[in-house]
Design a protein around this ligand. Sequence first.
Ligand code: HEM
Length: 215
Amino acid sequence: MDSFSTLIRTASHEQHVEAETSTFMSDLLGGRLGVAAYARYTEQLWFVYEALEAAAGRLASDPVAGPFIRPELMRLSSLERDLAHLRGPGWRTGLAALPATEEYAARVRECAERWPAGYVAHHYTRYLGDLSGGQIIRDKAERTWGFAKKGDGVRFYVFESIPNPAAFKREYRELLDGIRADDLEKLRVVAECKRAFALNTAVFRALGEEFPLSA
Ligand code: HEM
């Protein structure tokens, strides 16, 4: 068997392309959407990271998920600053999850509660993605909507405590390779990763329906 980090990357490759080239993402990266669409997307991320990070404290001592829980990854407070910038101080009042987002967050919570290795699949899918393609999104968002470079509005994409993302990702892949799971469990984690991608794509689809291109 390939190393687990290779396996999970290769197995999710096709879905990665699908997520990356989804109508919503293409329109966002193509600079064709207004800031309202970006704000709505950021709002959806809040629900996902709330689910991921509410469980982090408890999972930190878990033998399987524990090694992945790193304070420098935590995104919720950055998301909250972005939302305060995008929506104003009352951002919390209007916060609303799309049904697809609710489904995604519920699955994260379920894994966090019952299946730490499944939680790792969700952790990988989001955080390694944010450290990678997230940087492309940040750059585009800064240019399209005029946010200050690495400032309010795009703090979600700025990992202040990870000065060298490439090195961090290498270490992360080593953690994946050392995951305390047998081969069958690893395959289940890969399947959960695919599910995580599908849950992301469903959110993009819903966002695409909410923000069809008028032009
Ligand atoms: C337009 C959107 C996206 C772009 C441009 C993008 C781009 C990239 C790039 C360039 C990498 C390679 C980084 C490297 O080799 O170090 C990467 C990796 C990754 N992306 Fe994305 N991505 C996007 C969306 C997503 C989404 C929606 C997800 C899932 C929620 C995701 C999850 C991942 C993961 C997990 C990796 C790490 C793969 C690995 O090395 O194991 N990406 N992305």
